[in-house]
Write a protein that binds this ligand. Structure first.
Ligand SMILES: [Zn+2]
Length: 293
């Protein structure tokens, strides 16, 4: 059974990346994760690793979107504006206590079709902001946004500043999907004072279980090493099927699944703590703090 195999693989992953203060005891094939609380009492520097899972591209397919919305735990959903089922799926997700974001289409270097709500550098400031505001108005309960595609636009400072000015005015957070390593969106968000994260791992650009599992473990290793990791997946049936089994196992790995806003709150607290420690590179920047892309 896939679930049992996944659990075993998790155990191996945990062992490979175990922190010295945290004990893993294996008894009769059952893994017990011994006490983050105990470990934290032993050291202020050890925190429970946290992961965020964002499912992008919600809205075009009702069935696939609904299956994604039915995933357990505080998964975050990024919804395409003016899509056939975006509003309805956002409403269902909100009723189930999930967090919602606008998945804002932005121009890309491959000239892929963007659909309605497209943001491009052909738009002047006023029109650009009008399009973005209309897209935000289209997604009920959205409290943040990330970029759909955007490998071209996220390299450009002026349009990114316009995005962040709208986000700041509406009290939204921004997640840089990092569809290109050259994206400056995260930096512009920080400079504008918009709460922000960068995506660490794309889960499913190859749609096989082996690839999903390997990417998921990579995210866990990043979270264990740097405190947090942001994963992005899509409502493909194989991704939904994998996550339905993988999410419940996170607990056993001692990793906490949190929404974007929950991680931002924790980040805020950690940053305050880091400031009191005069840290130059506070741990809330996670993986990227070490210069990784
Ligand atoms: Zn997308």
């Amino acid at each position: 059974m896939f679930g049992a195999r996944l659990r075993q693989a998790f155990v191996a992953c945990i062992r490979r990346s175990a922190l010295s203060l945290v004990s893993i005891i294996c008894l009769s094939g059952v893994t017990f994760h011994v006490g983050w609380a105990v470990a934290q009492a032993q050291s202020d520097t050890v925190r429970q690793p946290r992961v965020v899972i964002i499912i992008d591209d919600i809205g075009n397919s009702y069935e696939q979107g609904l299956a994604a919305v039915n995933l357990p735990g505080p998964v975050t959903y990024a919804v395409l504006p003016f899509s056939a089922h975006g509003k309805e799926l956002a409403t269902i997700a909100h009723q189930r206590g999930k967090e919602l974001m606008l998945h804002a289409p932005m121009s890309n270097t491959h000239h892929f079709r963007l659909g309605p709500g497209a943001l491009t550098d052909a738009l002047g400031e006023q029109e650009f902001k009008r399009v973005l505001n209309r897209s935000l108005d289209d997604i009920p309960f959205a409290i943040g946004l990330n970029n759909h595609m955007g490998s071209l636009l996220t390299q450009k400072e002026e349009p990114m500043r316009w995005v962040m000015q709208v986000a700041k005015k509406r009290n939204l957070f921004f997640v840089d999907s990092r569809t290109t390593a050259k994206s400056i969106a995260w930096e512009v968000a920080r400079a504008t004072g918009v709460p922000t994260f960068k995506r660490d791992i794309f889960l499913d650009h190859q749609q096989t279980r082996e690839f999903l599992q390997s990417q998921f473990f990579k995210a866990i290793r990043i979270a264990r090493q740097y405190g947090q990791a942001i994963m992005i997946g899509h409502p493909y049936p194989i991704t939904t099927e994998f996550l339905a089994e993988a999410i419940p196992v996170l607990d056993e790995a001692g990793v906490q699944l949190v929404s974007v806003s929950a991680l931002l709150m924790m980040q805020h607290e950690q940053r305050r703590f880091a400031q009191t420690q005069h840290s130059e590179c506070d741990s809330t920047e996670g993986y990227h703090c070490q210069g990784n892309e």
